[in-house]
Design a protein around this ligand. Structure first.
Ligand code: PLP
Length: 354
């Protein structure tokens, strides 16, 4: 890469649609900002990036993404502090992860300077869409799709890297109950579970709809071969509090290496909480629940930050978790969001000023 600043071509909307948006009444991922960042890969190279008005794409029906699902994505957020400064949370990790995902899906890696200049230029342009106050954020969705017009089953020669943004409030509302997976699997050994590959989500929708019909919002996925070990929630990593210890599965090729997950592990250590990163058996969690030792289960991911879980079902047995006065879930949510909104110190250098 050259050291020269990247020449991003910018064409702005003539009139912003921000006045039509009710920021107090947002459904997650339904409203998008005025602009998007687009960069094409062709002739073996990423071309000059552009920022253009948010608009539909024109893509041939033969484009490989439609047939073979060659697509990856990321999810990140921008926050505004009380001085109108904009911050992101560990975006370098998202940058590395999208390229790790791309690598697995035979998609060319995206250059770092394009990623960060594209992101920061877009966020400066959309800064009015980022509202102050905890819970408000701008959800950022970078993604890459295979665009070559060819339905032969091989990697594409052309791609689009795109960033779109959606204003967000807190992601989840109400009590979340989960089903521990006994039949279906999200990911297998040697597969793409560790990548943010689009199809990983598509594959979860049907089993999750069956869980919905039984009154559960989500599935906690178990290992594909034995279904005896708890792995992750499919959009979030998962933590168990047994007594005062915090348990979570180690990442592997079936589990997404979540940025919220590793931040929670660090915060737990900072708070002097014992963390056990090891395989977590379904049977030990059920046993702990029966004995009253299972204090909490919560999910951790960018969209929801920390998502407490109120109960679970496995093998036809239902368990309700006790209400915690001083839950780890609320402690970590408070500490994480204080760092994200530039309210507290940032001892690990996680904040990134836009
Ligand atoms: C994105 C994602 C997570 C959470 O990762 P964060 O970096 O914390 O947002 C967890 N599991 C899966 C499958 C994911 O795609």
């Amino acid at each position: 890469m050259s050291d020269l600043p990247i020449d991003i071509k910018i064409s702005k909307v003539s009139k912003s649609k921000i006045d039509q948006v009710d920021f107090n009444n947002l459904t997650f991922g339904k409203v998008f900002t005025d602009h998007m960042f687009v960069c094409d890969f062709k002739d073996g190279a990423w071309q000059t990036p552009e920022i253009i008005p948010y608009q539909p794409l024109t893509i041939a029906p033969s484009a490989r993404v439609f047939h073979y699902g060659q697509a990856v994505f990321e999810g990140m957020k921008a926050f505004k502090d009380t001085n109108d400064e904009i911050w992101m949370f560990r975006p370098e990790d998202n940058f590395h992860r999208i390229n790790k995902s791309s690598h697995r899906m035979a998609i060319p890696e995206f250059p770092k300077d394009y990623f960060f200049e594209g992101l920061t230029t877009l966020l400066q342009l959309e800064k009015d869409w980022i509202k102050k106050g905890k819970g408000n954020s701008l959800y950022i969705r970078p993604f890459v799709i295979a665009t070559e017009e060819a339905i032969s089953a091989s990697p594409s020669n052309s791609y689009k890297f795109i960033i779109i943004c959606s204003p967000a409030q807190s992601y989840y509302a109400g009590e979340v109950k989960v089903l521990f997976a006994e039949e279906y699997s999200r990911a297998a050994d040697g597969g793409v579970g560790y990548a943010k590959a689009a199809g990983n989500y598509g594959a979860q929708f049907y089993p999750t709809s069956l869980a919905h019909a039984k009154g559960y919002q989500q599935i906690i996925w178990t290992d594909a071969s034995t279904h005896e070990y708890l792995e992750e929630a499919g959009t979030m990593n998962i933590f168990f509090r047994v007594g005062d210890a915090l348990l979570t599965a180690p990442t592997n090729d079936r589990i997404l290496d979540g940025i919220t997950r590793k931040s929670v592990i660090q915060l737990a250590k900072d708070n002097g909480i014992a963390v056990e990163v090891r395989r977590v058996k379904v049977s030990e969690i059920k046993e702990a629940a029966r004995k009253g030792d299972l204090k909490e289960i919560f999910g951790a991911g960018t969209a929801a930050v920390i998502n407490p879980i109120a109960g679970f079902e496995h093998g036809g047995e239902k368990f309700d978790l006790p209400k915690q006065e001083h839950s780890y879930a609320s402690l970590f949510k408070e500490q994480l969001t204080n760092i994200q909104y530039n309210i507290s110190e940032d001892p690990h250098g996680w904040r990134y000023k836009v």
